[in-house]
Ligand binder design. Structure first.
Ligand code: ZN
Length: 122
């Protein structure tokens, strides 16, 4: 399992870096809460759109939705890395005694926190 953890740690670390880059492009990282980003207004691509308030609002809303989506994933990945750090990675704690999460499940999502059977229940 130790070797597997090294593998997932690498995957999760890479995913976290990629998410940070995307989030930094979409918004500003919150100073007090480094796990959260605030979407910033997109740049106006064409001069003719500058006065198009409706379009700018729509673009901003899209950015905000995407920021939230990426941020949710960022937290999942950060949590998984935290579990690696605390030595609780790869354990499902959804019900009863902690039990191992299947390799298949972690391969599909290294940030998964439940085994296959408890996926829907959690
Ligand atoms: Zn389980």
């Amino acid at each position: 399992m130790t070797q597997d953890i090294t593998h997932y740690k690498k995957l999760l670390g890479e995913e976290r870096t990629a998410l940070e880059q995307k989030l930094n492009a979409l918004g500003r990282r919150m100073l007090r809460n480094p796990d959260e980003w605030e979407a910033t207004s997109p740049e106006v691509e064409h001069e003719s759109e500058r006065g198009d308030v409706a379009m700018n609002i729509e673009r901003y809303n899209e950015r905000e939705a995407l920021t939230l989506e990426l941020q949710t994933r960022y937290k999942e990945v950060a949590d998984a890395l935290e579990r690696i750090h605390k030595n609780t990675y790869g354990l499902c704690t959804a019900f009863g005694k902690p039990h191992p999460i299947e390799k298949k499940r972690l391969d599909a999502d290294p940030a998964g926190r439940t085994c296959i059977a408890h996926m829907r229940a959690s």
